[in-house]
Design a binder for this molecule. Sequence first.
Ligand SMILES: Cc1ncc(COP(=O)(O)O)c(C=O)c1O
Length: 361
Amino acid sequence: MINWWRTGFNNGESEAIAQAIIHEHVSQGPVVAELERQLAAYLGVPYVVATTSGSMALLMSTWVLGIGPGDEVVVPNRTWIATAHAPFLLGAKIVLVDVEPDRPIIDVNLIEKAITKNTKAIIPVHLCGRSADMHTINQIAVKHGIAVIEDAAQALGSRNADGFLGTQSDMGCFSFSVAKIIATGQGGFIATKNDKLYKKLVAMRTHRVGDIVNAEWDQPGFNFRFTDILAAVGIEQLKLLPGRIEKVNKIYQLYEEGLTGLPFIKLIPVKIAIGEIPIYIEVLCEYREKFIEFLAGRGIQCRPFYPDLNYARYFNNSGHFPNSEPFGKSGVYLPSGPEQPIENVREVIMMINEFGREICE
Ligand SMILES: Cc1ncc(COP(=O)(O)O)c(C=O)c1O
């Protein structure tokens, strides 16, 4: 079986977990602090706040801005639904905006039309390492006095001309879940350059109680703490990041070459020349169900894209999203991931070509 995603953990990670336990570093402590320090150094930001998932990072970021009932948050119609669930759980209205015609990335030309006097934040999503147009988004945000939170869950290590994605706004949210370039099973973090937000995030992560004995119960927080055991895995995985970036770029290039000229399949582009990292191999396929079934019959697992967010009825968005639709209806993830053997990729390309011959007959 060739799985749609392959990642991996090595002796380094198991030894690091054992060490954390031997030293009784099990809850949030010095290992989390060290992971935060290393991530901040890698991204070139002063502050990183680790937490239990990318979803939690998004929830903390929206909550720390005071977003709640009566507020509106602008979200692209194509993303993993976690992006919208964070502000939604806080009581905000989710305002969906369509994506660019050729990339599942928020169309900045449509953002201003979606802004009202109640808008508090825009959450652009760097889906599959692709950069949203941060220049324009930040300009719009300054003009309207609203915040920007980058959802960089799928973009650790990805760059545009201005540097790392997730570092070009008020806060950037990242994920360490399994289908990410490096993983801790569950985990995530927020990167920020803003010391006021950083202090509030740190306080919020422990119920906003810095001093348990002399607690002043002025504002609520929650338990958003990460664990040293998983941070130990994160530190080991971070060492693998440069090699993994090379590997996923190579996989992308192989698919790009191998799928050229096939009329029924189109690779959704990632600009690796400018530093975007294609963590997934995303294609549009005219005959999606038939295609997935054909490959499954040959031991190759693919995944259809998740539906567009306007299908989540509880967001009550009645808009029209013509650019999102082809992605939601024809999108497929081909087998990829940092530990996907190259011979698997070659096999998948061969089988896709065979599918092409079959549908031509
Ligand atoms: C775009 C996007 N946003 C947010 C998340 C949420 O991250 P997590 O699964 O760590 O909660 C993910 C994870 O898959 C994601 O892909």
